[in-house]
Design a protein around this ligand. Structure first.
Ligand code: ZN
Length: 297
């Protein structure tokens, strides 16, 4: 417990310092000398990176230790050509809707107001701005495809196309991104959470399900890469241990973060400290308008 919370505090401190570079660089330099080179490169890369296709994939309940060349050749290929950390951290508590709300809004449950893990159609949806408001304001067509109905909580007017589909969310995302124009897509894939709760996290059955998901993602990722000017993120909402998730066990908070792009050098993102609330500020950096570079697209 103590080790876990220490990690959270340290991680939060580093990333807040990174993202404060533009507005308060002086204080940052005084406070975290060791991080200056990373901060500088990150800020520079984010400004100089226009993208035509942004794909964020959240594989529900993915334990980072499950990723390997043998089990997940597609994701492993992105890790090797991009960058990754296997030490990402979920929300407290580490549960599906709470963690995804944090990804979308950049806010933890206390700030976002979403502190329970439930939602049903007809109930109020997210009131805060999300990554989709950001993407739409930058001119992207936005698509959101999810495989648990409760994630409908995160649909708002900035989502131009969305679909709840337990089994076909990947295909829906693929169809959308094949259309003309610039796309910003968030894809949520489930399956591991169900197998984990019955057979156990990292069990042979869990790894078999993950291999199936990895294979499904292959064609979509190929399409995005072939289109060019892409940014792909592959991550998760939480992990689990034995047949349990959502508890205070350190494994329940774990998640991977993989990033690959043809517009930025990936090595500066290797082993960065990452929490689910960091996704939105990271996208704000990546999607920042840069008129000086727009003609180069
Ligand atoms: Zn989940």
């Amino acid at each position: 417990m103590n080790i876990l919370f220490h990690k959270i505090i340290v991680s939060n401190f580093n990333l807040q310092s990174i993202f404060s570079f533009g507005s308060d660089g002086g204080n940052m330099i005084k406070s975290i000398t060791g991080f200056i080179p990373i901060v500088f490169l990150w800020a520079a890369s984010a400004i100089a990176a226009p993208f035509s296709n942004v794909l964020i994939v959240s594989i529900d309940a993915l334990h980072p230790d499950a990723l390997s060349a043998k089990t997940t050749p597609v994701i492993y290929g992105q890790m090797m050509s991009g960058a990754f950390t296997l030490n990402g951290i979920s929300t407290e508590p580490p549960l599906t809707l709470i963690a995804h709300t944090a990804m979308f809004t950049g806010l933890g449950p206390a700030e976002s107001g979403k502190s329970d893990n439930n939602w049903q159609p007809g109930e109020p949806t997210i009131a805060k701005d999300t990554i989709f408001n950001l993407a739409m304001s930058r001119g992207f067509s936005t698509g959101y495809y999810y495989s648990k109905e409760k994630l409908g909580f995160l649909v708002n007017p900035a989502v131009s196309d969305h679909r709840f589909s337990k089994d076909n969310a990947v295909d829906k995302a693929h169809s959308f991104i094949q259309k003309q124009g610039d796309h910003f897509v968030f894809l949520h894939v489930s399956g591991l959470d169900e197998v984990g709760q019955v057979k156990g996290w990292l069990s042979p059955e869990y790894l078999e399900e993950l291999s199936f998901i990895d294979e499904m993602l292959g064609a979509l990722i190929d399409t995005v890469r072939q289109k060019g000017d892409y940014l792909i993120v592959i991550t998760s909402d939480h992990a689990g241990h034995e047949t349990v998730h959502g508890s205070q066990h350190p494994d329940d908070f774990k998640l991977p973060f993989v990033i690959v792009s043809d517009r930025i050098k990936p090595d500066r993102f290797q082993n960065i400290p990452y929490r689910v609330v960091d996704l939105k500020p990271m996208m704000e950096r990546f999607l920042a308008p840069d008129p000086g570079l727009s003609s180069a697209r």
